[in-house]
Design a binder for this molecule. Structure first.
Ligand code: F6P
Length: 504
């Protein structure tokens, strides 16, 4: 099993004098102002849960957008701060954006165009040419800061996600001593879907600035290679998943992302979590009930209304569980300036009212909805208290909520109900895999979870824990770095770097 120490040793061996730089839109520690004082929060989403352990293990610099109101108070003159705040291990360097830049690049092109384009969730992408220009401009801004950070020392730059698709090409144009890798945290759709984007060639060309491009699963790699071959004059080698374009090569590989299994497991066992379990059972009136759980960023790709409809159907079919089963939905509100997210918020509130109004009774409601960005300890207590957890994504790159649920169940109990449209379904095959659009089947899966004998729950959970324990975040990072360094050796920049460093 890969550990933090193994990864540290590997990074030493593989990357030697190379500086490690991660670039992403979202920063791993956001400083807000609370009573005029900067206080950090860890943002929701797979990015931080996956990459912060890597950076803590390896050191280096993480470049990201400084979107917190308190960020400017905590950085030095270089816009840099050491993190994690309570045990500094690496440097976080922030990029400032104007309101207009944030609007056009983050809300606009990233989240109103690329996000719906890459997720088959039937929300129409908005392609606005002003947003596109801002996206280009902001990608340049990030690239300039990366180049400033790297200087003339060799570096490995790992770009994250869809906000920064053009950046690798900008780095390559600068002819800096940089080995470039990118991990695309969301799905890559079929070429037939991607071609509706008016700037598909520019985006694909931007990504081909990478020596290595990673997706969660093989299907997304194939979709990307197909898109590239239909968009640009490239040579695609299907056998080795490589794309030659102009004088450079990009390897396209699946790396199913994961979590720090041991860390989550240890936290889950802590007395702090046990105390929190007692508190919420008491204060939220959950005692003596079978608890179902959902934890999500409130996003239209997560299928939250779909799971609520299934819960409604479950109580309709099996009224004997009224008052005995409760579903707790924890949520983090996200991207709320975007209309599609506001509409989703309204739809969820309406469904919760409707289902609670229909089935609730004095002192009991079928759905407890907490869109309040609950603290980590409360989320962990909920994972431990739950009989089952539902991940009903309509489309999802991986979905780390599923893996976090499994990692937190050191008692080998709990049932995972999982959408086949999340990348995690390829690994967590002992979950109850159910199509979120099939309300009837999902209602049945809820019943199966509620009635499943303990021996079966135990067997399934043990299998899934074995999988996540083995395929943890350190293994993910190690595989990615090894592949990156290997393919870099064959590249133009890699050859000259190795030659100048006297390496072979
Ligand atoms: O997983 C995709 C992703 O965009 C991550 O990059 C990000 O951390 C997460 O979703 C949360 O989204 P946002 O940063 O827009 O709140």
């Amino acid at each position: 099993m890969w550990t933090k120490q193994d990864l540290q040793a590997l990074v030493q061996r593989q990357t030697g004098d190379y500086r490690l730089v991660i670039v992403s839109n979202r920063q791993p520690y956001i400083h807000n102002l609370v009573d005029g004082q900067p206080q950090f929060v860890i943002p929701a989403g797979g990015l931080t849960s996956a990459l912060d352990p890597l950076m803590q293990a390896c050191g280096g610099t993480w470049i990201a957008y400084g979107g917190g109101q308190g960020d400017r108070y905590i950085v030095d003159q270089d816009n840099r701060v050491m993190v994690p705040p309570d045990d500094p291990a690496y440097s976080l360097r922030l990029v400032w954006l104007t309101e207009q830049e944030e609007q056009g690049y983050y809300y606009g092109f990233s989240n109103e165009a690329l996000w719906p384009l890459c997720h088959n969730a039937y929300t129409e992408p908005v392609f606005d040419s002003r947003d596109w220009r801002t996206y280009q401009q902001v990608n340049r801004k990030f690239a300039d800061l990366v180049l400033d950070e790297v200087g003339d020392r060799p570096a490995v730059v790992l770009t994250q996600d869809y906000h920064l698709a053009l950046l690798p090409q900008y780095l390559r144009e600068a002819d800096a001593p940089i080995i470039t890798g990118q991990f695309w945290h969301i799905p890559w759709p079929h070429a037939e879907i991607f071609r509706i984007c008016p700037w598909q060639s520019e985006l694909v060309e931007g990504l081909l600035g990478n020596n290595l491009l990673g997706f969660h699963i093989g299907d997304h790699c194939s979709n990307f290679m197909d898109t590239a071959s239909r968009t640009l004059p490239v040579r695609v080698d299907q056998e080795y998943n490589r794309i030659d374009y102009r004088d450079d090569t990009t390897l396209v590989r699946p790396f199913p992302i994961s979590i720090d299994f041991d860390d989550i497991c240890q936290f889950s066992e802590s007395p702090e979590v046990t105390e929190e379990m007692v508190r919420i059972q008491d204060e939220w009136g959950l005692g003596g009930q079978i608890i179902g759980l959902g934890i999500d960023r409130v996003d239209y790709t997560k299928g939250i209304p779909h799971r609520f409809r299934a819960i409604g159907r479950f109580f309709e079919k099996y009224p004997q569980y009224l008052g005995k089963v409760v579903f707790v939905q924890a949520g983090v509100l996200s991207r709320s300036d975007i209309e599609a997210y506001q509409q989703l918020g309204g739809q969820i509130d309406h469904l919760v009212d409707e289902i609670n109004g229909r089935f609730g009774r004095a002192g009991w409601q079928p759905i407890v909805y907490k869109p309040d960005d609950l603290p980590a300890v409360t989320l962990m207590a909920l994972r431990r208290l739950s009989r089952f957890c539902i991940v009903s994504s309509l489309h999802d790159g991986m979905n780390l909520v599923a893996k976090e649920f499994v990692a937190s169940r050191f008692d080998d109990d709990g049932v995972l109900i999982l959408s086949p449209f999340a990348g995690a379904a390829l690994e967590l095959t002992q979950s109850l895999i159910v199509n979120p659009y099939a309300t009837e089947e999902m209602a049945e899966a809820i019943r199966d979870a509620v009635t499943m004998p303990q021996t079966e729950r135990r067997y399934r959970m043990q299998q899934m824990r074995g999988t996540v324990r083995e395929n943890n975040i350190y293994k993910w990072a190690a595989r990615l770095l090894v592949e990156l360094m290997q393919c870099a050796r064959g590249s133009k920049v890699g050859r000259s770097l190795y030659a100048s460093a006297g390496m072979r």
